[in-house]
Design a protein around this ligand. Structure first.
Ligand SMILES: Nc1nc2c(ncn2[C@@H]2O[C@H](COP(=O)(O)OP(=O)(O)OP(=O)(O)O)[C@@H](O)[C@H]2O)c(=O)[nH]1
Ligand SMILES: [Mg+2]
Length: 386
């Protein structure tokens, strides 16, 4: 096997020797700081760099990636069991996909190699080089590098410095992430209390569509009695959009333009098990409209608010929007449009920001198919799958 370890006073020196031996085809597999000799107090740290020829790297990278995928498979085992045909097709495609996969892994390694050159790799990668692929996968999924490092460090800090193996590390890190997410289905309550849920959030994130999906599933599949209220007086045609959905499902749909209207509408639907309230999309930067919505909804203790956010929103904007909507004390997050981005990990940053549970996720425009009650394992699989 053309894999070699180089010991040198600096990473740069080791890399220079590697290039001399292997030429331009050399690839760095790992770097590690070796502690100085305790018998020599004036000694300096050494670095160990492991390198290989490209085809060897391909083999190892594929093995590690496979290990992450297998751990993800095990996480959502019960979900996979429901889709044997999809699973078979995926495995069949795996053969075809291997080449694309290895090319992608090369780029990840090269990216990390570059970061290493500029002194940017986190310390735990020196101790556990086998965690490099997993760390790259987390960052690539959209989880911020700050948070990815926290998860990795929490999982690795309890390990001794011996090689732990990529599979063991992957399991620990995935468990770390899982324990930081919570989920809650606001409509699963078994008591007879009526549930009144309002969906709030920025413009165009999918509030009305999500309500249509929920109304269909709750009424047609779960046989609950449903009423719908629209308090969207802002956009022309907004009430009609919801009325059309409600009409197709044969559900009552009322509109309300003031606090009194809303109270009256809720009262009118008091015999329904679940009432879904659609609100107008708000730019969180428009403080006046935020205050107006807050005035409309405040003092309605029976209503729980659910903050709808699109997974396509840039992390900083998502955080700012959630901060501004926090005046309405949302009880859960609903994340939409997971089908429109590969960087779905932003969700994890947002979940940890306010420590709110996730109630639903949506991944398409189809009503009612493209919605799922949030489940920790499938959410994580969805985020980390490429
Ligand atoms: N790809 C994708 N599109 C979605 C999803 N959910 C909603 N949409 C689409 O997003 C667009 C806006 O959806 P709406 O439900 O009208 O959004 P809204 O939040 O009610 O918008 P406003 O009331 O104007 O604030 C529509 O074209 C929907 O079909 C989703 O999960 N994935
Ligand atoms: Mg709407």
């Amino acid at each position: 096997m053309a894999i070699k370890r180089y010991k040198a006073k600096s990473i740069q020196e080791a890399i220079r020797r590697i290039k001399e031996d292997f030429g331009p085809d050399a690839m760095i597999l790992s770097t590690r700081r070796l502690p100085k000799d305790p018998r020599n107090p004036y000694g300096k740290d050494f670095f160990e760099v492991t390198a290989a020829l490209k085809n060897e790297t391909e083999y190892i990278a594929l093995k590690e990636t496979h290990c992450i995928d297998e751990s993800l498979d095990k996480l959502g085992h019960h979900v996979e069991m429901q889709k044997p045909a999809a699973e078979k097709a995926r495995r069949a495609l795996l053969g075809e996909g291997l080449q694309a996969l290895s090319a992608e892994l090369f780029s990840i390694r090269e990216m990390l190699f570059l970061i290493d050159q500029t002194g940017g790799l986190p310390e735990f990668l020196h101790r556990f080089p086998e965690s490099l692929n997993l760390y790259a996968r987390l960052v690539k999924s959209g989880i911020s590098s700050r948070l990815a490092q926290i998860f990795m460090k929490r999982a690795l800090d309890t390990l001794s410095d011996r090689p732990a193996g990529a599979e063991h590390i992957t399991k620990r890190v995935l468990n770390e992430i899982l324990s930081s997410i919570s989920v809650l289905d606001p409509f699963s309550s078994h008591n007879n209390k009526q549930q009144v849920a309002a969906f709030i959030g920025p413009t165009g994130v999918g509030k009305t569509t999500t309500i249509a999906k929920l109304a269909a599933i709750l009424s047609l599949q779960q046989k609950k009695t449903i009423g719908i209220i629209s308090v969207d007086s802002y956009r022309i045609g907004a009430v009609d959009q919801l009325r059309t959905y409600a009409g197709i499902m044969g559900l009552p749909c009322l509109s309300a333009f003031s606090r009194q209207d809303l109270q009256k509408a809720v009262k009118q639907l008091q015999h329904k098990e679940i009432v879904l309230i659609d609100t107008a999309g708000q730019s969180h930067l428009d403080k006046d409209r935020m205050k107006a919505l807050s005035r409309l909804m405040k003092g309605q203790p029976a209503i729980s608010n659910h903050l709808v956010l699109s997974a396509t929103t840039e992390r900083g904007d998502m955080k700012e929007a959630a901060e501004n909507f926090s005046i309405l004390n949302p009880r859960t997050y609903v994340f939409t449009k997971l089908d429109e981005t590969r960087r779905r990990g932003t969700i994890i940053d947002q979940v940890l920001e306010f420590k709110l549970p996730v109630s639903f996720i949506t991944d398409g425009q189809r009503v009612p198919e493209d919605i799922q009650a949030a489940n920790k394992e499938s959410l994580l699989r969805l985020i980390l799958r490429r």
